[in-house]
Design a protein around this ligand. Sequence first.
Ligand SMILES: *Cc1c(COP(=O)(O)O)cnc(C)c1O
Length: 456
Amino acid sequence: MDITREQLEQWDREHLWHPFTQMQDYAAQKPLIIEKGEGCFLVDQDGNRYIDGVSSLWCSVHGHRVPELDAAIRQQLDRVAHSTLLGLSTAPAIQLARKLVELAPPGLTRVFFSDDGATAVEVALKMALQYWRQRPDPRPRKTKYLALTNAYHGDTLGDVSVGGIAHFHAMFAPLLFPTLRAPSPYCYRCPLGLERSRCHIDCLEALLELVRTHHEELAAVVLEPLVQGAAGMIVAPEGFLRRVREVTRAYDVLLIADEVAVGFGRTGSLFACQQEQVTPDFLCLAKGLTGGYLPLAATLATDEIYRAFLGRQEDRRTFYHGHTYSGNPLGAAVALANLDLFESSGLLDALPEKVERLQRHLRRIAELPQVGDIRQKGLLAGIELVANRATKEPFAAHLQIGMAVCRRARSHGALLRPLGDTIVLMPPLAIDLALLDRLAEIVHRSIRDICEQVSE
Ligand SMILES: *Cc1c(COP(=O)(O)O)cnc(C)c1O
């Protein structure tokens, strides 16, 4: 017998603890329970359709219920749903590893699978440390990491240690290892108080100086290439990433590129690093890897890193890290189909037109008086709302403006999730122009509605 909607709503309030969600507020509202997906839409229990405006938290690529992706999972299901990668292998994991190496920036030849973005970064952090201890001329003092303010790398303790969003991370300070911190290239609120029109990326100087001073103890620099996602879609000035790569190379510090959010076409190229011709020492991938279907993550590394882990059993050079479902064959099968579909559908070639259309819509949205800053890279954008455009003064936190705008958008037929008072737009790459127009219109209207209300 089918469970009634009312029953589900009640059980949701009674038993489910939602991530990144204030449950007191959540339980006070009618929950939105998604029943199915259709292309770029999600459909709730009452049959209401919503544009999936943030790709189901930044992971859907081709949309939902894509025949090729569904079929890949079904086919694999007829073989085996899961078998471990600990000392054994499976065809989908092997093929996916090969495919990722083929597509990634040159030099990344080894693929370590895990389950989530958080684990992909955690793996890179641990590998970096172990590498310095085991390479032919060991550098055991290299145990520290350098990360940016406003960084987000996931929610495990290693990732939180390199994370830089106080709001999420300060609570756990007693559990964290110390991390060197360089300013984030947040041009709208420039850490050096400079104007964007005269930007020479001076904020980079602090990072370069930290590397020069601390390289002997630095294992790695960790960053999100081109765009700091959870920080509010902060787009780095052109050349930022390349300069970080140059200085890390010059001072023998590893570079961990966390492309969990920006990978798989979001910024316009398959990987963000490619836009600045950068090969990191580690490339962390998740979210879009399976097209938004199943949890799977990968940490790519260079041969040089890999070789430092080779030896006899008793040498104890093994990487003692793994997850039960690492490289799960269903996930790997759908990831392969996802990458095939990138090629066969010409998805990346179709992007520039969509990116341009989005840009045009954003220019119109920028005219709204409460829009302080608009940041776009490829098909992702952040719209930062402020109480006062001249002074850049934020709205009072209790107003929850970002949340209010997204709630309004829901009533107009789009699902969004803000980052503070920054409205995020990150539709599936497969979205067509007409639907993109509709999404932008909903965002425009929702911002206008809510901001008019609060300024009255
Ligand atoms: C989402 C995200 C993560 C964490 O990925 P999960 O799959 O949620 O664990 C890590 N880094 C970045 C840049 C992210 O956006």
